[in-house]
Design a protein around this ligand. Structure first.
Ligand code: NAD
Ligand code: SIN
Length: 469
């Protein structure tokens, strides 16, 4: 057992929540390798049954699980509850996805015999999780991987290990063997070691583009390893003509500030028709001024809690100041209302005339506003990013929505809906720096198994054709 400890602190109070010793990567991978053939050889129905039991185990501890997520991430309790519900719902969605995307199929046979398409698991999958959805997002890889017959080593974010531990404990209580799904405590070093490990057949990563790119680079000479990268975004919300100003403002606030802006699909850039600017921004300001920002268990419940830690809060306030010092105009200042604790008020800044608008993901409650005069300019501005995760149009005509849909580069394109809150029953992924074309959620089944095409006859029967004397 390593001497190095990882400590998890509650963002809302600064108190220590949990600690544990860093795990042994070689040992975890060796145990997973030894365990997976037997897991893969089980009938699919047995694996599904165990995962349904997992859903029941999560149900039994639903309140405690939500409370732990709330404490460890700082998310309000109401929101943490929705995360636990998503964990439970993932099982049935993934059972359906496995059958639809990667089940077995008889194909039209050749002259004789049969032709079949089946899928096989890769082996040992490393799942690397982020802190913003510390249960739901790793689980979105783990369940499809287990259904397909892989073993899994989960290395959760070093900022939310307690949630990762609780998730894995639910699998074990359900009867999934200890070595088939493992919790490995660690930080970036353990993440790197897992990615590079010869005993790992696949890397299922959810996190920042910076780390995703490092993983891609590391594995560039190893094309045999399956790599799914779910990364961030610099997502646009385009507001065009609509008389429903309050609704538009609500959609903007929900898109930009839910989870204190710590969603990969959060709106980072509001691109707005100049004619709508005054009324919509007035309403956005009114709403953000009414927003309750507080600790996860406060009553009344807050809309948003703190960001994950003080370093993150410092970086976000620095980014806000950078934008101001480069020509941005503050609409609402980003403030830290509770001393050293990482609570932030939503920052809103008009960067229309800014000298520099770095195309980076600012993962927190910070919204940039850009005014435009025509719809082509709006689309061009929305596409003015290397990322391509989510985008929304608020208002506009069906024709304008069709134009935006056809021309925008993003994996999630919504109309009169927020940029976030994606459905687990749909594929979830982006283009550009947002992913590597291996979408998760409903399409996670695709990267958890590989297709094997076979033509088959019970006896060897063959006759020579053309070219023999
Ligand atoms: P992160 O990239 O810092 O860390 C993610 C995981 O990778 C952690 O477990 C971390 O320990 C590990 N890691 C760090 N360096 C590593 C390395 N060099 N090699 C291997 N593993 C390494 O991300 P985060 O800050 O925890 O999460 C926030 C980010 O996640 C945001 O960018 C957000 O947009 C993104 N995210 C994406 C999605 C999606 O589905 N597209 C969903 C949620 C969050
Ligand atoms: C996320 O995974 O960070 C957000 C998912 C969503 O709300 O769309």
């Amino acid at each position: 057992m390593s001497e190095t400890q990882i400590i998890s602190y509650e963002p809302a109070t600064g108190a220590e929540l949990w600690r544990g010793a860093v795990g042994d990567v070689d040992d975890a991978v060796a145990r997973a390798r030894a365990a997976w053939p037997q897991w893969a050889a089980q009938p699919l129905a047995n694996r599904i049954e165990l995962l349904r039991r997992f859903a029941n185990e999560v149900r039994k501890v639903q309140d405690d699980f939500a409370a732990l997520i709330a404490r460890e991430t700082g998310k309000p309790l109401w929101e943490s509850r929705t995360e636990v519900e998503a964990v439970i719902a993932k099982v049935e969605i993934s059972v359906r996805a496995y059958a639809e995307r990667t089940g077995q199929r008889k194909l039209d046979s050749a002259l004789q015999g049969t032709a079949a398409l089946r899928h096989k698991p890769h082996g040992v999958m490393a799942v690397l999780g982020p802190y913003n959805f510390p249960a739901h997002l790793p689980n979105g890889h783990i369940i499809p991987a287990l259904i397909a017959g892989n073993a899994v080593v989960l290395k959760p974010s070093e900022k939310t290990p307690a949630t990762g531990e609780m998730l894995v404990a639910c699998f074990h209580r359900a009867g999934v063997p200890q070595d088939v799904v493992q919790f490995l405590l660690g930080g970036p070093e353990e993440g790197k070691a897992l990615v590079a490990h010869d005993g790992v057949d696949g890397v299922l990563f959810t996190g920042s583009a910076q780390v995703g790119i490092a993983i891609n680079r590391k594995l560039a000479s190893n094309p045999g390893k399956i790599v799914a990268l779910e990364m961030g975004g610099n997502n646009p919300i385009v507001v065009w003509n609509t008389p429903l100003v309050q609704d538009a403002a609500t959609l903007i606030v929900q898109s930009a500030f839910t989870t204190a802006g710590q969603r990969c699909t959060a709106a980072r850039r509001l691109i707005i028709n100049s004619a709508m600017y005054e009324p919509v921004l007035e309403e956005v300001k009114r709403l953000t001024d009414r927003m309750i920002i507080g600790a996860p268990f406060d009553e009344p419940q807050p809309f948003m809690g703190p960001v994950i830690d003080s370093d993150t809060a410092d970086q976000l306030t620095e980014s806000f100041l950078y934008l101001i010092s480069h020509g941005g105009k503050a609409i609402r200042h980003m403030r830290r209302p509770q001393g050293d604790l990482p609570f932030l008020t939503p920052g809103i800044i008009d960067t229309t005339g800014a000298l520099d608008r770095p195309d980076v993901e600012l993962f927190g409650p910070l919204l940039q506003v850009v005014r435009v005069d025509d719809f082509d300019q709006a689309i061009a501005e929305a596409n003015n990013t290397r990322f391509g995760l989510s985008a929304s149009l608020v208002g506009g005509t069906p024709q304008e929505y069709n134009r935006l849909w056809a021309n925008i580069r993003a994996g999630i394109v919504n109309w009169n809906r927020p940029t976030n809150g994606a459905s687990s029953a749909a594929p979830f992924g982006g283009v550009g720096l947002s992913g590597n074309h291996r979408p998760a959620a409903f399409y996670a089944a695709d990267y958890c198994a590989y297709p094997v095409a076979s033509t088959e006859m019970e006896q060897p029967r063959a006759s020579v054709g053309v070219g023999f004397s």
